[in-house]
Design a protein around this ligand. Sequence first.
Ligand code: PEP
Length: 249
Amino acid sequence: MRKRIVAGNWKMNTLLKDGMELAKAVEKLEKEKTSDALMIIAPPYTHLSRIKELIQGVKLSAQNCSSAEEGAYTGEVSPDMLKSVGVEYVILGHSERRAYYGEDNELLNRKTKLALSKGLKPIFCCGEVLEEREGGKLFDVIREQITVGLKDLSIEDMAKVVIAYEPVWAIGTGVVASPEQAQEMHKFIRGLLVELFNDEVADNMTILYGGSCKPSNAAELFANPDVDGGLIGGASLKAEDFLGIVNAY
Ligand code: PEP
């Protein structure tokens, strides 16, 4: 059976003290969860090493990493640095990184390969903007993002990757994809993985939905056969809401 995951992307929110409180609250509630979904949190870089000491059941992710191994790259954080403080996952290709920092599919492919080579598990994000959906280009966009972003990964590498489908028009907008829209795209992605890799990779891939997911709409999204959990932004900043989404399974 595929691993179910609910991951919280804190983005650039919380100061250290608040982040540590939130992590402690999430860890406490993890023990009360009624579903088998794995809980992951992705705090800002500055909080990672301190938060690592506060969590056990909850797993730790970074929100980004460098495409370079080490050296003269001011302001960058390498996969090795993340590993050295106990980070297990890394979100790559979030639409905010693509839109505000010009991260393209080729760069994301380099980041994904480097992260994997250093033992991190990428949560690889893809998603279309509204004009692309309305213009009927949505499947082409997702095909390109995944084909190039995950290019040259081995079957063994793919077993460590998680994919997050996050329609950009649904992120932070309160407009959630309908369960049918989510299922349609997740099914398409799984079919694409058969084409690019094989049946086993496709069957075993955890594909998360992201975009205005809340406790009140998570159950109907997660009821879809190809939706294996969620990547949660805003609602992951309140421990109870985050647990509410986890328990929607
Ligand atoms: C996200 O940024 O990954 C996200 C899904 O945000 P939100 O849940 O706030 O829409």
